[in-house]
Design a protein around this ligand. Structure first.
Ligand SMILES: Nc1ncnc2c1ncn2[C@@H]1O[C@H](COP(=O)(O)OP(=O)(O)O)[C@@H](O)[C@H]1O
Ligand SMILES: [Mg+2]
Length: 339
């Protein structure tokens, strides 16, 4: 079985994303899967109405793989990478998270529109329109309010604005410097300040979940923002919300973020390139194994893994060169079960 990973960074880079690609390569080796990594820029796309069973990589025709796994995370999945992904789809290759899904989910407003259409709980959200009607924002969402860039990832485009004055100052600054930026305003879910849940869904199954906590005093719980992580055993409601969200948005490999409310959860966002370094540190889960196993089942093969016992419980993961770089917070278990 051949799996091609699309990745637009050096696989030896010190980032979590490169680490995760190396995890796929290491697990693939153990599972007998041929894993190759290509940069979307290496492909030349030729569109014809002939049947094609090859694609050009660095100018050389290569037979198509069984699966393509895009890991060109959202902010870099521009037109070119999407066109490459679509080319594979059109040639009949199974792509785990299609171009359509990637584009749809990258847009946070579109995500909330679809979820709201399906009566799924989401925080009230507005698309920014300049000049901003501050009274309307105050009436609809109140202060503090959350401001997000439409396409942001990793928490870098998310801000908590405490009051009307701060909001007005920020909007004045944006009008002066970035008048065309796309922003959303969202109701601040105060009960969830500085913590959230991340559920990892593969083909409709929650394979693991963690609670993330922001650094002391922080508001964003992203692992990439220095948040700490601890395993979370999802209750039925969290599990149902994550599975339904992935289903409504058509995501095969999904990271679903939930916020805590007074009576349960509300959906913060969905991700099509969910990182899993923090998740594998916090939980006893082998993410590449779960994904590759599903691919093998799709091919009518039965996944065997030397690291798994006959009940499918993981004994040990493939050795990672830099596992342990992140520390897993202790003492979150109690809070997690109380939530
Ligand atoms: N409406 C909100 N209320 C409370 N906290 C929020 C809200 N929206 C986001 N957050 C916090 O900010 C983090 C990043 O927001 P998110 O929308 O997931 O953006 P990103 O795509 O950059 O991860 C979340 O993980 C959560 O901790
Ligand atoms: Mg997020």
């Amino acid at each position: 079985m051949d799996v091609w990973i699309l990745f637009n960074e050096d696989i030896e880079a010190p980032t979590s994303e490169a680490y995760e690609v190396r995890r796929f390569m290491a697990e693939g080796k153990i599972m007998g899967i041929n894993v190759s990594v290509f940069n979307p820029e290496q492909f030349d796309l030729v569109v014809t109405d002939d049947d094609q069973n090859t694609i050009l990589i660095d100018g050389v025709a290569r037979e198509l793989p069984d699966f393509v796994l895009p890991r060109t995370y959202v902010k870099d999945t521009g037109y070119f990478a999407l066109a490459v992904i679509r080319q594979f789809e059109r040639m009949g290759v199974r792509v785990y998270n299609t171009a359509h899904t990637i584009e749809k989910v990258a847009d946070k407003l579109h995500t909330h529109q679809l979820l709201a259409e399906h009566n799924m709980p989401t925080p009230p959200t507005m698309l920014a329109k300049f000049p901003v009607n501050i009274d309307l924002v105050e009436q609809t969402l109140g202060f503090p309010v959350v401001v997000k860039t439409l396409l942001g990832v990793n928490g870098s485009g998310v801000f908590l604005i405490e009051n009307r004055e701060g909001f007005k100052d920020l909007m004045d600054l944006i009008r002066e410097t970035q008048p065309h930026i796309l922003l959303i305003f969202q109701k601040f879910i105060s009960r969830s300040k500085g913590r959230d849940l991340r559920l990892f869904v593969v083909n409709g199954r929650v394979i693991a979940a963690m609670e993330r906590r922001a650094k002391e005093g922080g508001f964003k719980a992203n692992f990439s923002q220095g948040g700490s992580v601890a395993e979370f055993i999802p209750d039925a409601e969290a599990e149902m919300l994550a599975i339904r969200t992935a289903q409504v948005l058509d995501i095969e490999i999904a990271g679903i973020d939930l916020l805590f409310t007074d009576d349960g959860y509300t959906i913060c966002e969905a991700n099509t390139f969910p990182g899993f370094k923090g998740l594998e540190m916090a939980c006893s889960v082998n993410v590449p194994y779960e994904i590759f196993s599903d691919m093998m089942r799709e091919m009518g093969m039965s996944p065997a893994h030397p690291d798994y016992d006959e009940n499918g419980v993981r004994i040990e993961k493939a050795q990672n060169d830099d596992a342990g770089e992140f520390s897993v917070a202790n003492g979150l278990g109690e809070a997690a079960s109380a939530a």
